[in-house]
Design a protein around this ligand. Structure first.
Ligand SMILES: Nc1ncnc2c1ncn2[C@@H]1O[C@H](COP(=O)(O)OP(=O)(O)O)[C@@H](O)[C@H]1O
Ligand SMILES: Nc1ccn([C@H]2C[C@H](O)[C@@H](COP(=O)(O)OP(=O)(O)O)O2)c(=O)n1
Length: 240
């Protein structure tokens, strides 16, 4: 399934002539091969936060982690994030193999952490899927694969979270937050800012994901209000 695809993608790139150019692909594959397959979740809830850049994921995940005494994780996981810039400059298929592999490596961390405390995650599979789907077409959301297409399914061999919250803010507020933050953006995020059709395709892809689907949260309110809404949703959907 998905892990096989991303393994073969990375393997292909390791064994191809570009391997000399991307030695990190070999190191990534070694890490991936060490991860046990079909990881099981522990007894604590696993909650994922998704959304476009600057919708407030970092802010809210930190607060939720503090409130619930939880463990905060992100995709791509810290153990491979030093290679991110290398893969971000590669062609689309190599870049996506990196992010896909990162989700499987993260699954091992989630399995372990969820035996200790609630796990809060900043991006996971839905990010990889939504940005990939949105990149593969151009133009309006009408051009996306139809709702219920299998591209919107969660990979059957990847550990599932209990709850996925999709943070959305209106485009003007999002740009204000991006500007206020003033951090260096990934190339793709710079493009997002200017390309509103791409942004719409990413959000619509997020909304079509199923099993688990994303629950949308309007994140335009103040940090305190957003935190309150999110904590209510978590206590409604997860046994804490
Ligand atoms: N609810 C909010 N209202 C106003 N500003 C916010 C809110 N949440 C986050 N911000 C600000 O917006 C910027 C982007 O937030 P951040 O949490 O880094 O988003 P992300 O992790 O989704 O990229 C930051 O400068 C942050 O302080
Ligand atoms: N699990 C993940 C995480 C990120 N990605 C990709 C999707 C986009 O190209 C970028 C977004 O990452 P970026 O660092 O800009 O986002 P944040 O600042 O963390 O909100 O990474 C992914 O494909 N899969």
């Amino acid at each position: 399934a998905a892990i096989a695809t991303c393994l073969s993608d990375v393997e292909q790139h390791r064994s191809s002539q570009c391997a000399a150019r991307i030695p990190e692909a070999g190191a990534l594959l070694d890490l991936l091969e060490k991860c046990p397959e079909r990881q099981q979740k522990g007894g604590f809830p696993v909650v994922v936060f998704e959304g476009l850049d600057a919708t407030g994921k970092t802010t809210v995940t930190q607060s939720v982690k503090d409130t619930l005494n939880g463990i905060l994780l992100r995709s791509p996981p810290d153990c491979i994030s030093q290679w991110r810039t290398v893969f971000d400059d590669e062609p689309e298929s190599i870049k996506r193999a990196f992010y896909a592999a990162g989700n499987y490596i993260l699954a091992s961390e989630i399995a372990k952490a969820s035996t200790q405390a609630p796990v809060i995650i900043d991006r996971y599979w839905h990010s990889t899927a939504a940005y990939t789907i949105a990149t593969e077409i151009t133009g309006e959301v009408q051009g996306l694969p139809p709702a219920h297409d299998e591209v919107y399914q969660w990979p059957e061999d990847l550990l599932k979270p209990d709850l996925v919250l999709l943070l959305t803010v209106d485009p003007e507020e999002r740009v204000r937050r991006l500007q206020r933050r003033g951090l260096k953006k990934t190339k793709e995020e710079a493009e997002l800012e200017t390309n509103s059709l791409f942004r719409q395709r990413v959000e619509e892809s997020y909304r079509r994901m199923v099993n688990p689907a994303c629950q949308e949260v309007d994140a335009s309110a103040s940090k305190e209000e957003v935190l309150k809404t999110v904590l209510q949703l978590i206590s409604k959907h997860c046994a804490l």
